[in-house]
Design a protein around this ligand. Structure first.
Ligand SMILES: *[C@@H]1O[C@H](CO)[C@@H](O)[C@H](O)[C@H]1NC(C)=O
Ligand SMILES: *[C@@H]1O[C@H](CO)[C@@H](O)[C@H](O)[C@H]1NC(C)=O
Ligand SMILES: *[C@@H]1O[C@H](CO)[C@@H](O)[C@H](O)[C@H]1NC(C)=O
Ligand SMILES: *[C@@H]1O[C@H](CO)[C@@H](O)[C@H](O)[C@H]1NC(C)=O
Length: 839
């Protein structure tokens, strides 16, 4: 039983009962993407129990490694009130009692996260946790989150833990297994580096804090506090490495390093009686152009610079660092960000005197690759091909690197997108040809922005930050590729045309250099054509496509609302506020709906003009507008004050009783053939949760449970399946996509499950609003390159001259040229319009 369940039971009687809600058991599984999809800042093996290892993520919780190389999530119970549990800034596995696990959690140290951080304490390897709330914030998704580990358990007296805080809060100590904490004021420096002091949000200008805590296990004896402790701090203006020889009472600076370079990792090699330290001139995870690897000889008290590369080869800092405990003197370090041409890692078997690397140049642009690449578990991961034709495979943001302490062949490293590793590491030293395999199976770390379950074709399409998005034709199999014709670093909006449901529009997140961000697929997402009517350098927001697929409406907060027909240039819709929630009717081509502030809007002229038709109670912000695909004018609107339903094009609305706030909403297959669609809502209906109504909102069943909290309610998306009754998809901000199916009958509860798990709904609403702005920072400037797979329609019979660049070359009723001038291909944009685009 998770502690949540216990707590809930205890609290149930104290929670006021607002509205009677039933619950129904659901089975929840991840939609398998299979490669992680986000930054893995830490991978930590337990030194005492064979095979025990954990990985931490910056926005999606922590995972435990299984013997078959898969991973099991540990923090799925985190609900809206505890969404910041998914930011794991540090992890410690107890070397004395391997059943004990500690996580330092919290998402941001600025206002984006209203809650303080906490140490999550487990005595059963992560099956259950008890929180110890800290008197300050913790930032699992802050700059420098790959430094570490900031949290450590004393290997001689495991009741003692140290935790290095951010924001100038310094070093903290617990002597009761993490239950209570006190500040260690004697540490001379608390880590004052700010990644960008000019930032005013509190994000990049937060003080970096303490980077790592490492005990020298050899300095003490079992049962008494370990005297020698090393601490690295995020400071680049003076000493940033400190040693205590009296269990943390007093500290002295370690000599001999370049203090311009900040320590990222400090790893003890007990048999060598040495501490290895990787450093970089940035705090990471994206930056770093110089750095060094040092080795501190504890016996002699001397520091050696053992940096594996020098001169022109050194244009990055160092992050991930590992020693082979079975083979003293074997050490590996990763280039934190060798952005070009590819990441790299270095290995020494003689304590850092000589090094070999994962690749080197044969003669430019040919690389000697001393590895074999295997992404069979997540084929979409790569390889990527850069503009100069170089294949990139190894990764970036390589802050996590670990060698299994019981198996010299087993290694893992984290990147901005996944975990790689293998089981033949010793080949590095013999045939020098290790296997680099994608080993993130079970880790689902994507930040989901849009889900679409269309009435025909694949079950699901997804739009994600950091990746483009996927067609999920089999929910249990990792997709082979991302959306093609990628010009985006994420997809934020998806919609389908009601009368032509294989026609799908997407909008991406990109910057000016990424070009067009609207694309249209004629075949349920298999192929995509860029919409040449969309302006360059404009990105993000939501899209809606008209019933016949010829009109695209696009709403973003930064660029207002724009509309385009037949992929002509987008024009501004001045009658709608920027960022308005939008929807297309699924039957009538000319009808669009919108909501903003307290108003509902209707357009009957194809989105050119909107008229405010009614007020939405006392709402001040609209989250979503959705439409019954079978009935024009039947719309639902979710707002900060509730859920509203209209059956007359928004002339009047009914407020749904008992719903006090609603975020993402969706319609799914009806309970009975021909019946009204099931309504799904992420909402506050007596408590914040995930709900389904089979009677247009008269009664609700809660469908999530104590084991599935899904994190921040306001950051998530929900999508009902129009073909399978009860089936629903939940897209999270950091834990990928879940799909749920009914697994039992509806239980009308008294005071049990439904109301219980939600004790802090007021704080949760404020947290979720700030949350969405910040999800950008997961990872990766994913420089996925583009294999252009624009599909050209073969035009065998040409009528007259070829069409010119960007001209029309097909579509219903088109009688002109169907071929294009040289260099251009005729591409179907929709049933009404094909266009000559560069081939
Ligand atoms: C120390 O680091 C700074 C900043 O990267 C660099 O300019 C300087 O040359 C380094 N000093 C030494 C002695 O390497
Ligand atoms: C550390 O220094 C001592 C004393 O100079 C030396 O004997 C020992 O070999 C050194 N250890 C390593 C790992 O270099
Ligand atoms: C490494 O091994 C793979 C698989 O056996 C092989 O295809 C590849 O050519 C080898 N590479 C090198 C550099 O030996
Ligand atoms: C909604 O608007 C459409 C288009 O003007 C119209 O055909 C339909 O009758 C309206 N529905 C209702 C219930 O007013």
């Amino acid at each position: 039983m998770r502690w949540l369940t216990l707590l809930s039971t205890l609290l149930a009687s104290a929670v006021p009962f607002v509205h009677a809600v039933s619950s129904q058991a659901y089975t929840w599984k991840n939609v398998k993407i299979g490669g992680g999809g986000g930054f893995i800042p830490g991978i930590i093996f337990n030194p005492s129990q064979k095979g025990l290892a954990y990985a931490r993520t910056d926005i999606g919780g922590a995972y435990k490694l299984n013997s078959d190389d898969t991973w099991t999530p540990l923090l799925d119970f985190a609900d809206n009130a505890r969404w910041n549990y998914w930011g794991v800034d540090a992890l410690a596995t107890d070397p004395v009692d391997p059943t004990r696990l500690y996580l330092a959690t919290g998402m941001y140290t600025n206002s984006w996260d209203p809650n303080n951080g906490q140490i999550l304490i487990s005595t059963d390897q992560g099956q259950t946790f008890t929180p110890s709330v800290l008197p300050f914030k913790v930032g699992g998704n802050m700059p420098g989150r790959g430094m570490g580990e900031r949290l450590a358990v004393d290997p001689n007296s495991n009741n003692i833990l140290f935790f290095g805080a951010r924001s100038g809060n310094g070093l903290w100590k617990s002597t009761d297994h993490g239950t209570t904490w006190a500040k260690v004021s004697s540490l001379p420096d608390v880590g004052t580096y700010e990644a960008d002091p000019t930032d005013t949000t509190g994000y990049n200008n937060d003080k970096q804090g303490v980077a790592f805590v490492t005990f020298d296990s050899t300095s003490g004896s079992s049962g008494t506090a370990t005297p020698r402790i090393f601490v690295g701090v995020g400071t680049n203006t003076g000493s940033n490495l400190f040693m205590s020889n009296d269990a943390g009472s007093t500290w002295s600076a370690l000599p001999g390093t370049n203090s311009s370079w900040m320590p990222h990792k400090g790893v003890l090699s007990p048999a060598e009686h040495s501490l290895y330290i990787s450093t970089s001139d940035g705090s990471g995870p994206y930056d770093g152009t110089l750095g060094a690897l040092y080795k501190y000889n504890i016996t002699s008290g001397t520091m050696a610079n053992i940096t594996p590369v020098s001169g022109g080869d050194l244009y990055f800092g160092f992050g991930g660092l590992a020693v082979d405990l079975q083979k003293p003197g074997t050490v590996m370090v990763a280039a934190l960000n060798c952005w070009w041409p590819d990441g790299n890692a270095f290995r020494s078997t003689d304590g850092g005197q000589t090094w070999t690397r994962l690749w080197d140049w044969a003669s430019y642009p040919t690389m000697n690759r001393f590895y074999t690449y295997d992404d069979s578990l997540a084929p979409w991961l790569g390889p990527d091909v850069t503009a100069s034709g170089i294949v990139t495979q190894i990764g970036w943001m390589m802050e996590a690197l670990a060698i299994d302490p019981f198996d010299s062949n087993h290694w893992l490293y984290g990147t901005g997108a996944t975990i790689y590793g293998g089981h033949d590491l010793l080949k590095w030293d013999t045939t020098r040809n290790v296997t680099i395999k994608s080993l993130a199976d079970g880790i689902e770390e994507t930040a989901v922005q849009a889900l679409l379950s269309p009435p025909t074709g694949p079950s699901l399409l997804s739009g994600l930050l950091d990746e483009e998005g996927f067609v999920h034709s089999n929910l249990n199999v990792a997709p082979s590729s991302e959306f093609a014709t990628s010009t985006s670093t994420g997809i934020t909006g998806l919609d389908y045309a009601g009368n032509s449901p294989a026609t799908i529009v997407r909008v991406g997140n990109g910057d000016a250099s990424d070009g067009k961000q609207i694309a249209i697929s004629p075949d349920s997402g298999t192929t995509w054509n860029l919409d040449y009517g969309s302006p360059d350098g404009v990105s993000g927001g939501k899209v809606a496509i008209s019933a016949d697929g010829d009109i695209v409406l696009w709403s973003s907060s930064s660029n207002g609302v724009q509309v385009s027909q037949y992929t002509n240039a987008f024009t501004t819709v001045s009658t709608l506020p920027a960022g308005a929630a939008i929807a297309s009717d699924k039957k009538v081509d000319s009808i669009f709906y919108a909501g903003s502030g307290s108003s509902f809007y209707l357009s009957t002229d194809g989105g050119k003009t909107f008229t405010a038709t009614s007020k939405l109670g006392s709402s001040s912000s609209v989250s979503k507008v959705i439409v019954n695909p079978s009935v024009t004018g039947d719309v639902w609107v979710s707002t900060d004050t509730g859920l509203f339903h209209s059956t007359n094009n928004g002339t009047t609305f009914t407020a749904i009783s008992g719903v006090t706030q609603a975020w993402s909403i969706s319609l799914g297959a009806p309970a009975t053939t021909g019946g009204y669609p099931a309504v799904f809502a992420i909402a506050n209906i007596g408590s914040v949760g995930y709900f389904r109504s089979d009677d247009q909102g008269s009664t609700w069943v809660q469908i999530n449970d104590a084991a599935h909290g899904f994190g921040s309610a306001g950051a998530n998306v929900i999508s009902g399946d129009p073909r399978i009754y009860g089936r629903v998809y939940v897209g999270t901000n950091g834990r990928g996509i879940f799909y749920g199916d009914t697994a039992g009958t509806t239980v009308t509860s008294s005071a049990s499950a439904s109301s219980s798990s939600h004790t802090t709904s007021s704080s949760s609403s404020s947290s979720s609003s700030s949350k969405t702005t910040s999800s950008m920072s997961t990872s990766s400037s994913h420089t996925t390159s583009t294999v252009s797979s624009t599909s050209s329609s073969p035009s065998t019979s040409s009528t007259g001259a070829a069409q010119g660049a960007y001209g029309q070359c097909g579509g219903n009723g088109w009688t002109g040229a169907t071929t294009c001038v040289s260099g251009y291909s005729c591409v179907v944009q929709n049933a009404y319009y094909s266009q000559c685009v560069p081939s």
